[in-house]
Design a protein around this ligand. Structure first.
Ligand code: SF4
Ligand code: SF4
Length: 297
C-alpha cells in the first residue's frame, strides 16, 4: 500500500476539502482508505457528510501517562516540584498536588522522588473511530481530548488503525490518503513519517508562502518526494508566480492550481466534497488523480 500525505504549513488553505475530493477521484480506479491525522481539529469525515454519532465505532485511546502521588509515602522534600520542567505540580498543605492538564508524563518527578511516592498511570487522551463513507471507502479519525497532550502518538495510532482496516479489506487496499495536521509540530511529523509521497497545499499569501517553506523542510528531512497545489491561486497572482518560481528553483512540480471559488464554502456547508458538489471540479480532481496514479505505476 502506498501512502500519500496531504500537508499544509498553515490551517485554512483547503487541505481537507482537497483531500476529500482527491479521495473520491482516486477511489474510482483504486481501493483506498483515508486517515484523518488532524487529531486536534479532525473534520475530514464531516467533509464526507459523516457526523460524529454516525461512526461505526469509537474506542478510547491511551497514548499518554500522568503522575499520581501516594501522599502516605511522601516526606514533603519538594524535589518533584523543583524538577518538573512543565510546572505541573503545585504545593498545597505542605504536599505536592498535580495540576489538571499540566502533566506531560515525562517521569522526571518519579525518577527524583526519594520515597517512591510517585507512579505514572495511563490516561485516556483521545478517542479513535472509523466509518464507511457513502463513496465506498473508509475514513479513520481520532479526536484528542480537550487539554490533553500526546497528539503525535495519536496520529500514529490513526495510521496504524487505517493500515489494519486496509489489510482486512476483501481486496487489498492500494492507497492510504493521510490528511495531516497543519504546521510543523509533532502530529505533522508523525503524519509525514513513512509516507511515499507528500502534497503540500498552499495559498498565495505571504504567510502561506513562508509556512509552505517550513512544511517543505519537514518533508525534505524525510527525503520524501513532494509536489505543490496552489489553492485560490487567482487571489494574488504576484504571490502565485513567486511560489511557482520557488518551486522551479527547487525542482518541485506544481501539481495543480485551483481558483478561488465560493462553491468550496457552499460544498463544506452541505457536507459534500467539491468534486461532487460542482461538476467542473470532478474533472479537475479526476485529472489530478490520474497524474498521481501515473507517477505510482
Ligand atoms: S511526569 Fe513530568 S510533567 Fe508530569 S508531573 Fe512529573 S515531572 Fe511533571
Ligand atoms: S519528591 Fe516524592 S517525597 Fe518528595 S515531595 Fe515529591 S512526592 Fe513527596
Amino acid at each position: 500500500m502506498k501512502t500519500i500525505t496531504i500537508l499544509s504549513g498553515k490551517g485554512g488553505v483547503g487541505k481537507s476539502s482537497i483531500t476529500a475530493s482527491l479521495a473520491i477521484a482516486m477511489s474510482k480506479s483504486r481501493k483506498i482508505i483515508c486517515a484523518d491525522c488532524d487529531v486536534d481539529a479532525s473534520n475530514l469525515a464531516l467533509v464526507f457528510g459523516i457526523s460524529e454519532d454516525s461512526f461505526e465505532e469509537w474506542d478510547l485511546l491511551s497514548t499518554n501517562q500522568k503522575a499520581e502521588f501516594d501522599l502516605e509515602k511522601c516526606n514533603s522534600c519538594r524535589q518533584c516540584v523543583e524538577t518538573c520542567y512543565f510546572n505541573a505540580i503545585s504545593w498545597v498543605d505542605n504536599k505536592p498536588k498535580l495540576k489538571e492538564f499540566g502533566c506531560e508524563g515525562c517521569k522526571a518527578c518519579k525518577i527524583v522522588c526519594p520515597k517512591d511516592a510517585i507512579r505514572l498511570v495511563d490516561v485516556f487522551n483521545a478517542k479513535i473511530g472509523y466509518s464507511k463513507t457513502k463513496y465506498g471507502f473508509t475514513v479513520v479519525s481520532a479526536q484528542l481530548t480537550m487539554g490533553e497532550s500526546g497528539s503525535g502518538k495519536v496520529v500514529s495510532e490513526v495510521k496504524k488503525k487505517a493500515t489494519l482496516l486496509a489489510g482486512n479489506s476483501e481486496n487489498s487496499t492500494e492507497i492510504m490518503l493521510v490528511d495531516s495536521a497543519a504546521g510543523i509540530g509533532c502530529p505533522v511529523i508523525a503524519s509525514v513519517a513513512g509516507s511515499d509521497f507528500v502534497i503540500i497545499v498552499t495559498e498565495p499569501t505571504v504567510s502561506g508562502f513562508s509556512d509552505m517553506k517550513r512544511a517543505l523542510e519537514v518533508v525534505n528531512h524525510f527525503r520524501i518526494p513532494c509536489e505543490i497545489i496552489i489553492n485560490k491561486f487567482d487571489i494574488n497572482m504576484d504571490q502565485t508566480e513567486k511560489t511557482e518560481r520557488f518551486a522551479k528553483e527547487n525542482g518541485i512540480e506544481i501539481l495543480s492550481r485551483i481558483p478561488y471559488d465560493k462553491a468550496f464554502s457552499e460544498a463544506l456547508v452541505n457536507m459534500t466534497p467539491i468534486a461532487v458538489h460542482e461538476k467542473k471540479y470532478e474533472k479537475l480532481f479526476d485529472d489530478l488523480s490520474e497524474k498521481l496514479l501515473f507517477d505510482f505505476r
